[in-house]
Write a protein that binds this ligand. Sequence first.
Ligand code: NCN
Ligand code: DMD
Length: 354
Amino acid sequence: MNSAIIQETASRIQPLNPAWRAQAQARLDRLTKPQGSLGRLEELAAWYVAVREDLKSSLKKKVVMIFAADHGVVAEGVSAYPQDVTFQMVANFLQGGAGINVLARHVGAEVQVVDIGVKYDFSGFSGLISRKVAFGSRNLAQEAALSRAEAEAAINVGIELAQENIAAGADVLATGEMGIGNTTPAAALAAVFTGEPAATVTGRGTGVDDAGYRRKVEVIERALALHQPDPRDPVEVLAKLGGLEIGGLTGLILGAAAARRPVLLDGFIATAAALVAARLCPAVSDYLKAAHRSAEFGHQVMLASLGLRPLLDLDLRLGEGTGAALGINLLEVGLKIYHEMATFAEAGVSGKDS
Ligand SMILES: O=C(O)c1ccc[n+]([C@@H]2O[C@H](COP(=O)([O-])O)[C@@H](O)[C@H]2O)c1
Ligand SMILES: Cc1cc2nc[nH]c2cc1C
């Protein structure tokens, strides 16, 4: 049933119609500036218009969705922090004290926190979206991180939450995640989908030392040798290598694109989810902007394979959706330029050919 929903959602995603982008660019070219001089702010505005298929489209409701989950692979010593930080940070998000809360407040975005697979019982917590598929994934170095049914359920959670948010008026969705250990499955997914060796797409995550880094690369190599994942079956790859939050983000991306809503990608883990989504439906990348290039080694390789050029390069490697939140600001600025700047005719300024 979930697999049919995933297929149906992917089948509704259409490549962007370039006529909308061209019409938006025609207006941008009439504004009082040398043509193209607002660079990527113009690109963002034209992209948003093309995604929404509306020359008057506004950007009001902005949502950052944080999917949180745990990872059995932490038993291999691949993170610099203990697993409990996942649930502790979920509590911090709900109290408004995390980095993402500060940045989301700054850009006027709502933060939603989804328990899709944290190894903790949150009964009694308020404000949390409870969509737990399992109490964490299993250790991908030893066995499949998820069953295929769990992977599909996680993707389906993301699709449903995208649909609910869009029905409630969300204009843009920003990806967030929290999960101690999740740069390991993200790097493993990157290796499978880009075809690069593990060492080329693996970084230090929360900051493992040299020995931890060597262990991490070795764990990923072992997992790839064990599972022999076939990139032509992206859901199976996700199941073997994991991450329930990565599955949730995959669904969020698919659900948003199917409903013509733009998605701002955060860093390394969000981009791993985008790789899964793009294998399910290549046209999905039309609906994505990479908000930033993470300092996590290997992120650039993933972005290049998706054909995405990051907007910001701030050496961020926090996750949570922090880079994506900053991208919201740029998108909003691009649209303000598009809507509010005077044209040459309105301002009585001489154009290039007059
Ligand atoms: O978004 C990124 O590029 C990013 C890069 C490195 C680390 N993180 C965050 O750090 C956690 C994963 O790091 P690790 O070392 O535990 O695998 C997880 O909670 C992510 O949100 C995020
Ligand atoms: C404290 C902390 C906050 C985080 N936010 C996202 N990943 C994180 C990892 C740690 C360790």
